[in-house]
Design a binder for this molecule. Structure first.
Ligand code: 4HQ
Length: 248
C-alpha cells in the first residue's frame, strides 16, 4: 500500500478538520491510504504578533504575504527547491495552470505533496521563485484564499488512490467514459413530477443501457463542452440561433 502524504500550509488550519474526517476523504485518511498534516503558517512567523503579511511595494490595495515565514515553512516541510526535495510543492492561485482530471491524476501519482494556501492579495513573488514547484488554479474566479482549492485537490486525488473507491489500481480517469460529461441519471420512483424514467434504463438490457448512456454522454459533451472533444466551442461559427445549446 503506497500512502500518499499531503502537507497543507495555511493561516486557517481549522477549516480542514471536518473536511478530513468526512465521506470519501475521511475514509481514505482513516484507512491510511492518504495521510494529511495541516500546518499553521503563523508557527513560522518571526515576531511576537506572528505577522505573516505586509504592504505591497509600489502601493495598491490589500496586503501581500511576506516571504520569510512562507519560505522557511516550505523548506522545513519539503526541503529546498531542487532534486533532493521530499515533496512536490503546489501553490493554489488564479495565476496557475488550470487543474483538470489529468492534472489530478498526475498529482495523485506523487509520493508527497505540499499544498500552499495563500490569503490576502497573494504571496511575494520570491516565495514562488524560491519555493514553489507548480502553481495551480481550480478555475477562473477569485476566492479569498487557497484553502477551498486545496480541499478540491485533496478530495480529487484521494478518490484516485487505489483502494479508496475500490479502485483496482488504475481506474478513475482512465476509465471508459473519462473525458466526457456524465449523462442524466435516475433513481426511483419511475414517474416523478409527471416525468418518467427512460424505458431503456428499466429494460434490464445491459448492452442497450450502456449504448444509451454513451450516446447521451457524447451528445451532452458536444453541446455543453465541445472543447473536451477537441472541437471548437460556440461562437466560432456564425449561426442565427446562437450557442446551439437548444438545437437538436
Ligand atoms: N485564490 N484557484 C487568492 C483563488 C484560487 C483559484 C487563491 C484567491 C489564492 C491569494 N486559487 N488567493 N481560483 O482564487 O486557486
Amino acid at each position: 500500500m503506497a500512502t500518499l502524504r499531503i502537507d497543507v500550509l495555511t493561516l486557517f488550519p481549522e477549516l480542514f478538520g471536518p473536511f478530513l474526517r468526512t465521506s470519501v476523504v475521511g475514509r481514505a485518511v482513516e484507512a491510511g491510504l492518504v495521510e494529511v498534516a495541516v500546518h499553521d503558517l503563523r508557527d513560522w512567523a518571526h515576531d511576537r504578533h506572528r505577522t505573516v503579511d505586509d504592504t505591497p511595494y509600489g502601493g495598491g490595495p490589500g496586503m501581500v504575504m511576506k516571504p520569510e515565514p512562507l519560505v522557511e515553512a516550505i523548506e522545513a516541510l519539503a526541503g529546498a527547491r531542487g532534486p533532493g526535495r521530499s515533496a512536490h510543492v503546489v501553490l493554489l492561485s488564479p495565476q496557475g495552470a488550470r487543474l483538470d482530471q489529468a492534472g489530478l491524476a498526475r498529482l495523485a501519482g506523487r509520493k508527497r505533496l505540499l499544498l500552499v494556501c495563500g490569503r490576502y492579495e497573494g504571496v511575494d513573488q520570491r516565495v514562488i521563485d524560491l519555493g514553489i514547484d507548480e502553481e495551480l488554479s481550480i478555475g477562473d474566479y477569485v476566492l479569498a484564499g487557497g484553502e477551498v482549492p486545496a480541499m478540491a485537490v485533496i478530495e480529487g486525488v484521494a478518490r484516485l488512490e487505489p483502494g479508496v473507491l475500490g479502485n483496482p489500481a488504475s481506474a478513475g480517469s482512465e476509465s471508459f467514459q473519462a473525458g466526457l460529461l456524465e449523462g442524466p441519471q435516475y433513481t426511483r420512483p419511475p414517474v416523478f413530477g409527471g416525468l418518467a424514467v427512460p424505458d431503456v434504463l428499466r429494460s434490464g438490457d445491459h448492452a442497450a443501457v450502456a449504448e444509451w448512456r454513451a450516446r447521451r454522454a457524447r451528445e451532452l459533451t458536444r453541446r455543453r463542452r465541445p472543447d473536451l472533444l477537441g472541437e471548437a466551442g460556440p461562437g466560432s461559427e456564425e449561426s442565427a440561433s446562437g450557442s446551439g445549446e437548444d438545437e437538436s
